[in-house]
Structure formats: C-alpha cells, structure tokens
Design a binder for this molecule. Sequence first.
Ligand code: DC
Length: 221
Amino acid sequence: MKKINIAIDGPSAAGKSTIARRLAKKLGYVHLDTGAMYRCVAFKARKLGIDWMDEAALTKMIQQTLIELKTDGTVFLDQQDVSQVIRSNEISMGASCVSMHEQVRAALVQQQQKMAENKGVIMDGRDIGTVVLKDAELKIFLTASPEARAQRRCLENAEKGLESDVQKITEEIRKRDWQDTHREHSPLIRAEDAKEVDTSNLSIDEVTEVILDLVKDACCQ
Ligand code: DC
C-alpha cells in the first residue's frame, strides 16, 4: 500500500493520541503528537519563569529549544525525558494558553511540516487538517461528548492509582474546549474534507477498525 499522511484533529481527551499510536503501529507509520510540543513550550516557560501570555519571550525561547518526539512515544525537551511531567493538569492549561499565540504556532507548525515531508506520518492535534498538513490524503476529526471524555480520564487516573473528581475534570475539559475553539489563530475546527468519527460509544479497537477502513480507501485513490 502506498504511504500517505494522516491528520487527526479533535478536542482534548477524545482519544486522538491513543488511536494514532495504535494506527501507527498497525500501519508501520510514524506517530507525531503535536500537543506534546505545545506542552513542552508551556513546561519550559514555567521553569524559566516566562509568562504564558508573553508571546515575544516564548517565541525567542522556542528558537533555543529542542523538542524531539521519539518513535516509542517518549518526548524529549532539550535532551531530557519529559514524557510524564508535561501531562499534569497545570501544563494542560499552560499548553492551551501558549497555543493561542500566532508566533508560537508558526514556529511549531514549521517544525511539524518538516517532520511529515517523507509521508507515512500520522499527526494528531487541533490544526493538522486545516493548517499543518492541508494536503494530507486522509483527515479525521475525532469527537466525543465532554462527559465521555471525562469518564475516560477518570479511568486512566484510576489505573495509575490516582483519585479524580469527574465533575471537575468535565469542567476543565469544557474550559479547554472553549479556549481551543475560540482562539483567534488556528482555532479547532473540522476541515471541510475531514471525516468525523464520534468515539463516545466506541471502544478503542472499534475506532481503530473504522479508521483503518478509511485508510484503505484513501490509499487506493
Ligand atoms: O492534544 P493535547 O491535549 O496534548 O494539546 C495540548 C494543548 O495544545 C491543547 O489545549 C491545544 C494545543 N494544541 C494546539 O493548539 N494545536 C495542536 N496542533 C496541538 C495542540
């Protein structure tokens, strides 16, 4: 089968990264989680005392920052493994803040486009189908209700032995949804040519199968 690029967009906690990782393994593709890059920017800024709203300082910082998305899913920031520490609630909100800035986005989008030059890439984020890989052969818009997404987060936390408050998580998800869909630059919207997949009532395996069928169709075109 010829190699294509696959763009997966959708709101937070819709299962984009989990699904993208599965698909990449099955297809022998490279998975790139672009949200991790915004998280790295928020994390490093916090460490350096740079305000998440200071676009100029953030943009300058990115020029002196090395973000590496490894094929095993680990994330390296300036050669340090930050895979876990960038997943906290605080950094989730920070990533949502830093991603509002046009210059921050421009710098990261440029790196993302370079990573996908050779095809065989599954990239997930918010603007992949609309901005980063406008010419991706397959675009998926993955959705799920805020309640279903919050339930999943709680289950994930329980598996890690962490307690969580489902109502609080639902509120945070709604807040991030609002921020991501209402920002001025590259807000989260479905690309016109994206196929929407609602995962609220589907298992990970079921979603993977639905998308694999779409991949087969896209590869044959
Ligand atoms: O996918 P995630 O939850 O790890 O993303 C963290 C934040 O980064 C999210 O609130 C929105 C932002 N983001 C973005 O604006 N564009 C992307 N391509 C990926 C993430």
